[in-house]
Design a protein around this ligand. Structure first.
Ligand code: SF4
Length: 430
């Protein structure tokens, strides 16, 4: 059963849609074939199978209709869900029809493939705003055949890239997935020699499809990411080389505690570690401290309400060591983390604060309200760094409606070491 994100879309009448949003990768995927006969062992899109065209007639009209509903500046990825050039494309030419229609629409298009057949469409690729992303994890024939037994050899794909480049097509070599012990990053970079961009992304073995494979059983995401970061550091500074972020993904939602104040379970600690590793991977200790600086007022509330004594936070150490320490503080009757997870560029932190509350939270007057208040924070990494994307105080507002004014609107505020600080002037102990 495919992941809901990668199930091919149909319109309300049950006819195949050629374009759908692929949220796992954040692109509009254009899918000419209903399955991929290249059958890579690490495929995350659940799309392997016999490739048959989704539409054989009316391709241009269908695309025109679907494109009309999309933002004008949307980037379209042909091959985002199913390779743009499965083996049968040579004979059937459905992808060519799709490319022709996209060229006519003037849209920005990425063509993602492992198929040398892409060279056939050089004329179209030169007409529009098109880029070809050729996937190639290693230049080693034997190593590649063990994971991509039905795909063209490295030498054939390298020849295709050379031909496209020589013709003036915009090409990127997608050396992904980067697989420890398989991907020879240095050889790939040397071959590219700055003539076209090379991008690396580590293998995702957390994907349910991959977890069941031999690779998924042999490797774990933590070790892959560590090896990837080491390789990235070793080969840093090479021209036109992009190292995408490692895939630190904590996915499981924390169960409700069976009773307040219990210790974290192993699963919860693993989830927390996943979030910490995610933050750690950015190497942004200062930003991580900013995050802690933001939530530390709540830690102080916990102290104030007497449910926990003073805690010594580590003065240094890796981000996830600090998160562990925070976890211990929060996991108490006064304050509990109900969700802490990282996904893509976002980190979600949900807390429940119990006890006597007042606004601001860290300034508790006598005779305050006894309540349990859920708080939700979302942090995202964008060009400014770690940013507080939104925070949800709805229940707190309701609790104090009419007597204490509106809650602070912190949407989009940058989280930094300086802000926000609690009204009492308390600074955290980091
Ligand atoms: S070429 Fe892409 S879509 Fe096809 S099986 Fe391989 S990874 Fe999956």
């Amino acid at each position: 059963m495919p992941h809901p994100d990668v199930r091919l879309a149909t319109d309300p009448d049950g006819r195949p849609r050629l374009i759908q949003y692929f949220s796992l990768c954040g692109v509009w995927a254009v899918t000419p074939y209903d399955a991929c006969d290249l059958r890579c062992s690490y495929c995350i899109t659940f799309s392997q199978g016999r490739s048959t065209p989704r539409l054989t007639t009316g391709v241009a009209a269908t695309l025109q209709r679907e494109l009309a509903a999309l933002p004008r500046d949307a980037t379209l990825a042909v091959g985002g869900l199913v390779d743009a050039y499965p083996s049968v494309e040579d004979e059937l030419g459905v992808t060519r029809k799709v490319l022709q229609a996209l060229v006519d629409s003037g849209r920005r298009v990425i063509v993602i493939t492992k198929g040398p057949c892409v060279v056939r469409d050089t004329d179209l690729l030169l007409k529009g705003a098109m880029r070809v992303c050729m996937s190639l994890s290693t230049l080693d024939d034997e190593a590649l055949q063990s994971i991509e037994p039905h795909v063209a050899l490295p030498s054939e794909r390298m020849a295709a890239v050379e031909t496209l480049c020589a013709a003036g097509v915009d090409v990127t070599l997608q050396a992904q997935p980067w697989i420890p012990g398989v991907t020879d990053a240095e050889s790939i970079i040397s071959w590219a020699n700055g003539r076209f961009p090379v991008s690396f992304t580590p293998l995702n073995v957390d994907s349910p499809g991959v977890a069941r494979t031999q690779l998924g059983r042999q490797l774990n995401q933590h070790d892959i990411n560590r090896a990837y970061l080491t390789e990235r550091a070793r080969l840093a500074g090479r021209a036109k080389v992009i190292w995408h972020k490692p895939l630190w993904v904590g996915t499981a939602r924390r169960d409700k505690p069976s009773h307040p104040g219990r210790r974290a379970t192993d699963t919860e600690r693993r989830n927390l570690a996943a979030v910490g590793r995610y933050l750690d991977a950015f190497g942004e200790q200062a930003q991580f401290e900013a995050l802690i600086g933001f939530i530390s007022p709540y830690a102080r509330l916990q102290d104030t309400t007497g449910h926990a004594g003073d805690r010594a936070f580590p003065q240094s150490g890796r981000a996830y060591d600090l998160l562990y320490a925070l976890y211990d503080v929060f996991d108490s009757p006064a304050m509990q983390i109900t969700l802490l997870q990282a996904s893509g560029d976002a980190v979600d932190l949900h807390l429940e604060v119990r006890g006597v509350h007042a606004r601001p939270l860290f300034d508790i007057p006598a005779g305050g309200h006894e309540a349990c208040v859920p708080l939700a924070f979302r942090y995202v990494f964008d060009s400014r760094g770690l940013v507080l994307d939104y925070t949800q105080w709805a229940d707190l507002d309701a609790l104090y409606a009419g007597s204490h004014g509106a809650s602070p609107d912190m949407r989009g505020q940058q989280v930094s070491r300086e802000q926000p600080q609690p009204a009492s002037g308390h600074r955290n102990t980091l």
